[in-house]
Write a protein that binds this ligand. Structure first.
Ligand code: PEP
Ligand code: MN
Length: 360
């Protein structure tokens, strides 16, 4: 991607005074449902009305979308409300049908981005289109795979591009449905500062109560837009019920978000500071998470030692850890003194944990 500025043109041309907003139901269910939501979103910040027509479901047997019929409903949305339309495409036939029905924005879903075959098929089918094409991150945290998707589209002469961060799947249960690996999105932004970056807090959280906070974090990290699933009766939605918000809640969320405006140098400075502080917050949360994990492992070692009646302090092992970490720290620009102090504190906490277990 040589001239990355051209990647931004479509978004800059929209001249928005707020982040780009893509909203609408997870799935198009019925014509009435689609039109009712669209009319409720009509007088809001929403720029693109989304609805899934073909739904990739993790397990078969769930609602798999209404299919091409739903594209006609999206055309009605555009005719009746003036909102532009967006849907997910996952193969060449979807692309053909979506283009025939004049869908304005197409996105590649997380389950498709993982497959270079599928992405290539979609890129070939879209060759040269002036529609907007957004690539969701793959389900696994792999930046190269995500970039590969963008490169395939760019090479197929598609220039109105963007990416969507929808979080990554993890084996471990977390409070997120798909964990936001912010540093991956930040790295992508550093490499392609002109590539519009959109956050999908709905699929990140899986929970409507958390949508606002994740949206705010995204905006503080310089994201250009949000994709938020919206339904007039979220609890009875045919897919992703727990994460959808009502049109009124969406409007409230948009009103409450602190939106960065870069109008003067003071505002620029404050926006940059907020961005960097948010990155620090992300890193600090990760630090605490990883320390918690380390202590859990240490607890297990405590149990083992208790069973075998072994002493807590194993100084040879401890010196080995310290030596390795001092070297590792040096390569990351951390002083020996700092690494020593930090590991002494970690070690002490570990000993305290194990003592508790052995004495229990
Ligand atoms: C969706 O946007 O409805 C969807 C299926 O998303 P994802 O590909 O992120 O799972
Ligand atoms: Mn969904």
């Amino acid at each position: 991607m040589k001239n990355t500025k051209e990647l931004r043109t479509w978004l800059d041309d929209m001249n928005l005074d707020h982040p780009l907003v893509v909203a609408g139901p997870c799935s198009a269910e019925t014509e009435e449902q689609v039109l009712k939501i669209a009319h409720e979103l009509k007088d809001s910040d929403v720029n693109y009305f989304r609805a899934g027509i073909w739904k990739p479901r993790t397990r078969p047997g769930n609602f798999e979308g209404v299919g091409a019929l739903g594209l006609k409903w999206l055309q009605k949305v555009k005719a009746e409300t003036g909102m532009k339309t967006a849907t997910e495409v996952a193969n060449a036939n979807h692309v053909k049908l979506a283009l025939e029905h004049d869908i304005d924005l197409l996105w590649i879903g997380a389950r498709s981005t993982v497959s270079p075959f599928i992405v290539q098929e979609i890129a070939d089918a879209l060759n040269g289109t002036d529609k907007i094409v957004l690539v969701k991150n793959p389900v696994n945290p792999d930046l190269a795979l995500w970039l590969g998707g963008i490169e395939r589209l760019y090479t197929a002469n598609i220039k109105n591009l963007g990416v969507i961060h929808r979080g990554f799947s993890t084996y471990e249960k977390t409070r997120y449905r798909n964990i936001p690996e912010w540093q991956i999105a930040i790295e992508l932004q550093n490499r392609f500062p002109d590539l519009p970056l959109i956050c999908d807090p709905s699929h990140i959280t899986g929970n409507r109560e958390m949508i606002f906070d994740v949206s705010q974090t995204a905006l503080d990290l310089n994201f250009d837009g949000l994709m938020i699933e919206t339904h007039f009766d979220p609890d009875n939605a045919w897919s992703d019920a727990a994460q959808q918000v009502t049109p009124d809640s969406l409007k409230q969320i948009m009103e409450d978000l602190r939106i960065r405006k870069t109008t003067d140098t003071e505002a620029d400075y404050r926006a940059e500071l907020t961005n960097l502080r948010t990155q620090i917050n992300v890193a600090d949360n990760q630090l605490i998470g990883i320390l918690g994990k380390r202590m859990k492992v240490s607890d297990k070692i405590g149990e083992l030692k208790k069973d075998k009646n072994v002493a807590i302090l194993q100084s040879r092992r401890w010196n080995e850890i310290l030596g390795n970490m001092i070297l590792e720290g040096e390569s990351k620009g951390l002083s020996e003194e700092f690494v020593l102090r930090m590991f002494k504190a970690i070690h002490q906490e570990s000993i305290n944990h194990q003592k508790k277990i052995i004495n229990s």
